[in-house]
Design a protein around this ligand. Sequence first.
Ligand SMILES: [Zn+2]
Length: 402
Amino acid sequence: MKLAKTPKKEDNAAAALRGVTLSLPKFQEMLGTLIAEPSVSCTCPDFDQGNLKVIAHLAGWLEGLGFAVETLPLPDNPGKGNLIATLGAGEGGLVLAGHTDTVPFDEQAWSLDPLAMTDQEHRFYGLGACDMKGFFPVALSAAATFAQAKLRAPLMVVATCDEETSMAGGRFLLKSGRPRAEAAIIGEPTGLHPVYAHKGYMLISIQLQGTSGHSSNPEAGHNALDAMQAVMAELMRFRKELAERHRNPQFNIAAPTLNLGCMRAGDNPNRVCGHAELQIDLRLLPGMDADVIVQALCARIEDIAQAQGTPATLAPLHPPVPPFGSAENGALVQLLCKASGNRATTVNFGTEAHFYQSLGLETAVFGPGSIDQAHQPDEFLAQDQILPAQNALESAITHYCL
Ligand SMILES: [Zn+2]
């Protein structure tokens, strides 16, 4: 594929000389503002926060670049919303996409203020610096290069909410049938490696309701722990079967995984255990259908529960994150490989890629920073990732929009 040349950058002073006012704050100012605006999303309502203030900052900066900006509040989810900003018009074009929420943080574990950007050791520290508030100033800086250009297809910036929990923002995009474009780059921290596939994941709670009684007469009750060990044995058989049937050597862990993560059961050693809950994590490969797998799991657990006299309930702890798979030699992935000088790869973390792909956009995950620093105390974005990321995005904008 031939890469079109990125137009020479025009600084604000040159634009001003031509009588055009282009206003975008400095990179550090934007990143500092975004980090200082807390937008934790958390399954625990006590810690959950909205993201509309983050979106308002982005909207203001994007308007300054001439984008038409829409804020789309999530129905039944007060304080949360998505942003779709568009420069230019017409069919096709490119979406630069990211989420505005962060995971919760443990302030004690941070050596720096998580809600203030610290510029130190060639790194920008702060909550969300790499996952993924840092992507937006990069995307906006790339967009600014084209603010005066005549685009043949639109350039869009999309910012979502609740990616770290329910993916409600991504789901809402899919439901609303937007955005429409030719391609989407999701700027999650991949260390500037274009990512063409990732596993999906779901967290499931399995509950068994037994009947308690005096431990001296086990026959008087139905022991939920006894039943749970049968369920666990079945889960391990199921895991083995999944691994035998499904393999994808493009992943460093080539098989789907099923992890028995935690269990709570019973209350006293001298009582027949009346209730047990096991939580599992299931990570499926691209092409595997979560609904089909869960139905198969339900049927097998139901058989055991009936035989043991301990009714079972299976419930997802949040809606499943679907796997994402595209071609390693797809046009967008190859463009990003060329632009970044890095090889395409797969990752083991989930993103919103499935939603954009389902909307018909050719999708890749590609962004600055390392996932090793995400969801960690003293999260940071390495500064040497920023310009290469911006240059790669500019190549993509040139290809899809100019
Ligand atoms: Zn993320």
